[in-house]
Design a protein around this ligand. Structure first.
Ligand code: IPE
Ligand code: IPE
Ligand code: MG
Ligand code: MG
Length: 371
């Protein structure tokens, strides 16, 4: 069977889903570590976010039923809704949601970036073989790989449709370029797997492509639709870049320090899958004999290639343990903070209002987040 049945929603779960519309992570409880909580930061744009939520969940009634159920599940599975929030906050800095002509375009852009994000996650989980996302089984845990990729393609198509609804050729171009850049980034990451000789520049190139580029599209696109002057559009592109790079660095730290339950996705999998991230580069830099660490990893990987994966598993387990106890985590976090300081600086010339304050607060949220 092309698509096995378990994704089909029961009438009860569908009712539950309907009842929780709008209650995504942006309306959940605050974190307990002193970080500003997303609920408060998103408050100034809550009506816009609800509108985006409704747009995202508007499934085509004629859609092939299993695909419709998968779509509802994916969109309804939560998520922090950070990218649409950034788009709405950016647009609102210049009052764009108060203008009925621009309102629909901004909502469409915010929905487009979240839909594109969801599509990339569907494909990313196939690539990573991840079985858990947002605390629930991934689509690829239930469907075969080919069907899952096709479902991801459907989401990409929906995202493209939303971007067209902005009726801004420039935003549509940005959106299309972003999709191309993300695919390029995921392929670079695949090629670099188990390449222990790669330098840090590869890492930065990859995380711009697979993650920061979409944040850039959200903030730059919103700045364009909000008719901010070109210099501010450039600032907001830079903000998206610095924010997005920091966001991925923190995600990569959490992969070492977090646990599955809090993250809602498998922790500790990057290094195990041969994906080298910033904490690892800092670990190597601080290690008295980095060459021996690389030799050990290469030998373990060669053994795994010859069918003995136990050595690889043991090597990674030891390394993750040592890395967590080392100064590498704090060094990587310090780098994320540097990017976030730059992001705050990128906002300096914008009108000083509640929306800008939320954008600044999100910079603090990102570095302190635990999920
Ligand atoms: C996860 O993004 C993918 C990365 C770019 C690291 P998020 O952490 O924003 O995912 P959700 O939408 O909140 O689940
Ligand atoms: C982000 O990288 C993936 C995409 C941009 C699609 P990760 O692979 O680190 O994201 P998670 O950890 O699976 O959410
Ligand atoms: Mg992944
Ligand atoms: Mg990750």
């Amino acid at each position: 069977m092309l698509i096995p049945p378990p994704v089909t929603l029961s009438p009860t779960s569908r009712k539950l889903m309907d009842a929780t519309i709008g209650q995504t992570a942006f309306e959940t409880t605050p974190q307990s570590n002193g970080a500003p909580d997303a609920t408060t930061l998103f408050a100034p744009i809550r009506p816009g976010l609800r509108q985006v939520e409704a747009k995202l969940r508007n499934v085509d009634s004629a859609l092939f039923a299993p695909l419709a159920d998968a779509f509802i599940n994916l969109i309804g599975s939560g998520g922090k809704r950070l990218r649409p929030a950034l788009a709405l906050l950016t647009a609102e800095v210049n009052g764009a949601l108060q203008d009925p002509l621009r309102y629909n375009a901004v909502i469409a852009l915010a929905a487009a970036v979240e839909m594109l994000h969801t599509a990339t996650l569907v494909h990313d989980d196939v690539i990573d073989g991840a079985l858990l996302r947002r605390g629930a089984p991934t689509l690829n845990a239930q469907w075969n790989g080919i069907s899952t990729v096709l479902a991801g393609n459907y989401l990409f198509g929906t995202a493209a449709r939303f971007s067209a609804e902005t009726q801004s050729m420039r935003v549509i171009e940005i959106f299309s370029d972003t999709l191309r850049i993300i695919v390029d980034g995921e392929l670079r990451q695949l090629k670099d797997r188990y390449n222990f000789a790669q330098d840090r520049e590869n890492y930065y190139q990859r995380i711009f492509a697979k993650t920061a580029s979409l944040f850039c599209a959200a903030t730059q696109g919103a700045a364009i639709l909000a008719r901010l002057p070109e210099t501010r559009v450039d600032d907001l592109y830079q903000f998206g870049y610095n924010f997005g790079v920091a966001f991925q660095i923190v995600d990569d730290i959490l992969d070492f320090t977090g646990d599955d339950a809090t993250l809602g996705k498998p922790a500790g999998s990057d290094l195990r899958q041969g994906t080298l991230t910033l904490p690892f580069f800092h670990y190597l830099q601080q290690h008295p004999d980095a060459a021996s660490v690389i030799e050990m990893l290469e030998a373990a990987q060669a053994a795994a290639d010859d069918g003995d994966s136990a050595v690889w598993d043991a090597t990674v387990t030891t390394l993750v343990y040592e890395l967590r106890a080392s100064a590498a985590i704090e060094a990587a976090r310090e780098e994320a903070r540097t990017f976030l300081h730059r992001a705050v600086d990128n906002l300096a010339a914008l009108p000083d209002n509640v929306f800008r304050h939320s954008l600044q607060g999100l910079c603090e949220f990102v570095v302190k987040r635990t999920y």
